[in-house]
Write a protein that binds this ligand. Structure first.
Ligand SMILES: Cc1cc2nc3c(=O)[nH]c(=O)nc-3n(C[C@H](O)[C@H](O)[C@H](O)COP(=O)(O)OP(=O)(O)OC[C@H]3O[C@@H](n4cnc5c(N)ncnc54)[C@H](O)[C@@H]3O)c2cc1C
Length: 444
C-alpha cells in the first residue's frame, strides 16, 4: 500500500507515524515544498523555545523509518499535481498547514512600519525567501494586535538581548540585526478583555519574568474585573491564573529598572492605520462583550480611539494554505468529515484526506495534531479496507527531477547545520535560502 502525505509538518508526521505502526506493508511518501522538513516547528515556533524545537528529533525518527520517504523541494500543485498523486497512490493526505498570517483589508496596511506576525516569525526563524521586515533600527512604540502566544513570542524575541539569543536556534544574520534593534515599548491590543486572551498563563508569566515591566494602558485592573463581573461570569481555572499574574506584575514599582515596558490594552478592534508613508498610529473601534466571552459576543461600539505608534504587528492568527480544486471553508479549514475530504456538495473526494491545521483551521499546539491525525487515520483505515491496494512504487514514475531532496540529503544538511551550530555555541546554524541548501547538496 502506498500513501502520499502532502506536507512534512507535525500533523503530516504524526499521520505517517500512525500509518507505519498500523500497517507493516504501508509505504508512506511525504512530499514537502521546502528542501527541509518539520513545517512550523522549524519556521514558526520561537527560536528560544528550545525544548519544543527539540521535538525535531522525535519527528526525524519517523522520517527515518525504512518504509517512509521524504521528498523535499517538491511542491504539490507546482511540481506534481494533485491529480497525479491521486492516480498513483492508494490515498493522499493533505497536511499543508498554514504559513501566512490572516490579512484582513485594513486601510493603511501598505504603510512602512506595518508588519504581520508571519513575516516576523518567518524571518527570525530563517525561512527561505523571508527577508528582514524592519527598515529602521529603532522604534518608540511597537503595537502588537492580538492576544495569542505568537504575540508574546514576537515581543520576547524582538526585545531580547544579544546574550539572551546568542545560543538559541536563530540564524547569525538575524541575531546581528536583532542586537541592533531598539524597541522602547510594546503595547499588546486585544479585541476582547484580559480574561479572554488566548495566550497561556505560562507564556505570559515567562515574558513578564524575563525583563518586562507590565502596565495596563487605559484602565485599571479593578475596572476590568467589574466589567467581567457585570457579565455575571465566574473565573475558570485559567482565568484565575491570569488574574494572579496580572496582580503580581501590574504596575510594579520594584521592577522599574527593567529595560522595557509592555502595555496591555483591551476591548479594541483595529479599523485603520494612519501616516504619510511611515506608520504614525492606528485607529481602533471600542468593543464590549455582551452575553458571553466568545468572538460572537463582541459588540462593536460607536466610539473610536487612536494609539500613536511607529510599528504595528498584526498577530491575529494564520491562514491555512489552500490547494487548487479543493473546497475550503471560511475558517480556512478544508471541508471534511473526520478527516475525509468533502467537495462543495459535501460529497466524498475519493481517497483524499486531511489533517492538522489544514483540517481544523490554524488552531492548536503541536500535540493537538496527534489526536487530529488519529481521527484522520481512522477514516483512512475504513476507506482502505474497501480497496485493493497498489504494489508499484509511484516514486519511480513521479519523481525524475534531480533537485528533489530525499531523507539522506536532509540528514547531510542537518549534520552540517548542527556542526556549524556547535562552532557558534548553539544548536544549529540554519542555511536560510533554497539556493544555499541545494548548492550544499550539489543539486543545482
Ligand atoms: C508563529 C508560531 C509559533 C508557534 N509556536 C508553537 C509552540 O511554541 N508550541 C506549540 O506546541 N505549537 C506552536 N505553534 C503551533 C504549531 O506550529 C502547529 O500546531 C503545527 O505546526 C501545525 O502543523 P501542520 O503540520 O498542520 O502544519 P505546518 O507546520 O504548517 O506544516 C505544513 C507543511 O506543509 C508544507 N506545504 C505547504 N504547501 C505544500 C505543497 N503545496 N506541497 C508540499 N508541501 C507543502 C509546508 O512547507 C510545511 O512544511 C506555533 C505556530 C506558529 C504559527
Amino acid at each position: 500500500m502506498y500513501i502520499a502525505i502532502v506536507g512534512s509538518g507535525p500533523s503530516g508526521l504524526y499521520t505517517a507515524e500512525l500509518l507505519l505502526k498500523q500497517y507493516e506493508d504501508c509505504h508512506v511518501h511525504i512530499f514537502e515544498e521546502l528542501p527541509v522538513p518539520f513545517g512550523l516547528l522549524r519556521y514558526g515556533v520561537a527560536p528560544d523555545h528550545l525544548k519544543i524545537k527539540s521535538l525535531d528529533a522525535y519527528f526525524d525518527s519517523i522520517l527515518s523509518h525504512p518504509n517512509c520517504e521524504f521528498i523535499g523541494n517538491c511542491s504539490i500543485g507546482d511540481d506534481i499535481s494533485m491529480n497525479q498523486l491521486k492516480s498513483h497512490y492508494d490515498a493522499v493526505v493533505i497536511a499543508t498547514g498554514a504559513q501566512d498570517s490572516k490579512r484582513p483589508a485594513i486601510p493603511g496596511s501598505n504603510l512602512k512600519g506595518v508588519f504581520t506576525a508571519s513575516e516576523i516569525a518567518a524571518w527570525y526563524n530563517g525561512l527561505p525567501g523571508a527577508t528582514c521586515p524592519f527598515d529602521r533600527t529603532e522604534y518608540d512604540s511597537f503595537l502588537v494586535v492580538g492576544c495569542g502566544n505568537v504575540s508574546l513570542d514576537i515581543i520576547r524575541v524582538l526585545g531580547a538581548s544579544y546574550d539572551q539569543l546568542k545560543s538559541v536556534d536563530i540564524p547569525s544574520h538575524v541575531l546581528d540585526t536583532l542586537s541592533n534593534l531598539v524597541i522602547k515599548q510594546f503595547t499588546v491590543v486585544g479585541r476582547r478583555g484580559p480574561f479572554q486572551v488566548t495566550f497561556t498563563p505560562k507564556e505570559l508569566r515567562d515574558l513578564l519574568e524575563s525583563s518586562y515591566e507590565f502596565r495596563y494602558l487605559d484602565s485599571d485592573y479593578v475596572s476590568y474585573l467589574s466589567r467581567f463581573t457585570l457579565l455575571g461570569l465566574t473565573f475558570s481555572k485559567r482565568q484565575e491564573l491570569l488574574a494572579e499574574i496580572y496582580n503580581t506584575f501590574s504596575n510594579s514599582t520594584q521592577r522599574s529598572n527593567l529595560k522595557q515596558q509592555v502595555n496591555f490594552t483591551f476591548f479594541k478592534s483595529i479599523t485603520q492605520y494612519f501616516g504619510e508613508s511611515y506608520l504614525e498610529g492606528a485607529e481602533f473601534q471600542e468593543t464590549q462583550l455582551k452575553g458571553g466571552e466568545d468572538i460572537e459576543h463582541i459588540h462593536y461600539l460607536d466610539t473610536k480611539t487612536s494609539i500613536n505608534c511607529d510599528a504595528c504587528c498584526l498577530s491575529i492568527g494564520y491562514q491555512p494554505i489552500q490547494l487548487a480544486g479543493l473546497h475550503y471553508l471560511p475558517s480556512g479549514a478544508l471541508n471534511n468529515a473526520n478527516g475525509q475530504v468533502l467537495d462543495h456538495d459535501n460529497q466524498v473526494e475519493d481517497g483524499v484526506f486531511v489533517v492538522g491545521w489544514s483540517k481544523r483551521g490554524a488552531v492548536g499546539v503541536i500535540g493537538s495534531n496527534r489526536s487530529c491525525a488519529k481521527e484522520t487515520v481512522q477514516s483512512l483505515t475504513d476507506y482502505i479496507k474497501t480497496r485493493k491496494c497498489g504494489t508499484d512504487n509511484p516514486l519511480e514514475t513521479l519523481v525524475n527531477n534531480n533537485t528533489v531532496v530525499f531523507y539522506n540529503d536532509w540528514k547531510e544538511l542537518d549534520r552540517y547545520e548542527r556542526e556549524m551550530g556547535v562552532k557558534l555555541g548553539k544548536v544549529r546554524e540554519k542555511l536560510c535560502s533554497k539556493k544555499d541548501m541545494l548548492n550544499f547538496l550539489k543539486k543545482e
